[in-house]
Design a protein around this ligand. Sequence first.
Ligand code: HPA
Length: 274
Amino acid sequence: MWKELSETADYLLDKTKIRPIAGIVLGTGLGGLVNEIQITDIIPYASIPHFPVTTVEGHQGNLIFGHLAGKPVVAMQGRFHYYEGYSLVQTVFPLRVMKLVGIRQVFLSNAAGGINPDFQIGNLMVIRDHINFFPESPLRGKNIDELGTRFPDMSEPYDKRLIEIAFHVANDLGITLRDGVYLGNPGPSFETPAEYTHYRLIGADAIGMSTIPEVIAARHMQLPVFAVSVVTNVAFPGNFQQNTHEDVQIAANQAASNMSHLFKGVIVDSPYSS
Ligand code: HPA
């Protein structure tokens, strides 16, 4: 695996002159951030050696190198989800490659169902902590010592400094920013009313089908993580409605502009960007 990761990183370093200081994962419907990037290189996943291949319709698969608010970045346009059939090791391959390409911090976005009754559709929630319901770990198997330790610490999964900066940026921009605990489920079915209720009881504020494997892989490599969920649907006692992927995408698209501005502001002010 280390050999494949190194080969892929060398390939990319040869393809682009950009030396990114941040890696960004653009989740469902949040591709709008790409319009804010001054793009230098678009590299389709299908052309990158050892990269998994995207299967979901409507998910683009490109690695984008360029500048966001003057900072060199690499962005994943489309991510790999466990529910598509990949192993978790495969889903975090691109993130590991981005580390080898030089990123010093990770920015993740996702769509999530809000189960905190104070949440409204379209809210952004900064993730402070998570609860992992994926049935395996991206670190399962022989440890890759070049990347990190066998038993990584998870006491600060989401970087406290970046969270604080996000609240300043949101305040300056007049964006309502929530914060809370993200619970990750493998999907692809949405939760039942009893499950939403259960997850609320154990301390979650929002539920999604991604992000946690990437956070584990990032923390294994000691990369600071910043992650935000767009609340695309809400589910709590007295308010359980039918969920569709289309509604999730529509709500995510509507929040995309706020998300873009927030990410830009945090990347500019991040202590890891200079
Ligand atoms: N559950 C799981 N994943 C999701 C949801 C949800 O309600 N909404 C968006 N992604």
